[in-house]
Design a protein around this ligand. Structure first.
Ligand SMILES: O=c1ccn([C@H]2C[C@H](O)[C@@H](COP(=O)(O)O)O2)c(=O)[nH]1
Ligand SMILES: [Zn+2]
Length: 191
């Protein structure tokens, strides 16, 4: 769409040539927004190999829980291993809390029953159990890269039996950049 003109006939655009008089069309749609929140939350993870985030949303599109994979509360993450290999007790696996678990435990409402969960990775079988028991009704995931592993087959089996729906989220915006400096951008003076 052509940029609107001001009373002097000048176009009102910002430095990136964006029309300042017409409603934005490239705003984040809801599901991209919730998945982005999950990905942003994942940035808090100290796991060196896989950072997972989860965002739980109710039927009013309100976020009611956010989490990422990390060590349990009170267990200092410098005192537990982050390794993937070696003796099981010397790896992260027996200790780390999964993103979905943390999002459910961090809920800011009495129940997440009927909610949707947005996750970076398809949930494992342990998270599937938590999702089912908490009453979450739908899972949106980005990646299913471990889909052939036994624990993922078990996860799908559980979700299917419990009637929890799942679907891969295909984002409309492939890349979202947060530019903290943009808030200082100044628009042309109003006429
Ligand atoms: O459902 C899941 C499955 C895994 N995670 C977390 C647990 C670990 O911190 C990483 C997986 O590490 P790898 O090195 O890729 O094995 O992901 C989760 O949060 N939710
Ligand atoms: Zn899990």
């Amino acid at each position: 769409m052509a940029n609107a003109n001001n009373s002097n006939g000048q176009e009102q655009t910002n430095g990136n040539n964006k029309d300042l008089n017409t409603k934005r069309e490239d705003y984040l749609e809801w599901k991209d927004y919730f998945m982005s929140v999950a990905f942003l939350s994942a940035q808090r993870s100290k796991d060196p190999s896989t950072q997972v985030g989860a965002c739980i949303v109710n039927d009013e599109n309100k976020i009611v829980g956010i989490g990422y994979n990390g060590m349990p509360n009170g267990c200092h993450d410098d005192e537990l291993p982050w390794s993937r290999t070696g003796d099981w007790l010397d790896t992260k696996y027996p200790y780390v809390c999964h993103a979905e678990m943390n999002a459910i435990m961090n809920k800011n409402c009495s129940s997440v029953s009927g909610c949707r969960i947005f996750v970076a990775l398809f949930p494992c079988n342990e998270c599937a159990k938590l999702i089912i028991q908490s009453g979450i009704k739908e899972v949106f995931y980005m990646s299913d890269k471990h889909k052939d592993r036994d624990y993922m087959i078990a996860s799908r089996k559980l979700l299917d039996l419990a009637g929890v729906k799942y679907q891969q989220h295909i984002p409309k915006q492939r890349k979202i950049v947060i530019d903290f400096d943009s808030i200082n951008e100044r628009h042309p003076k109003k006429p």
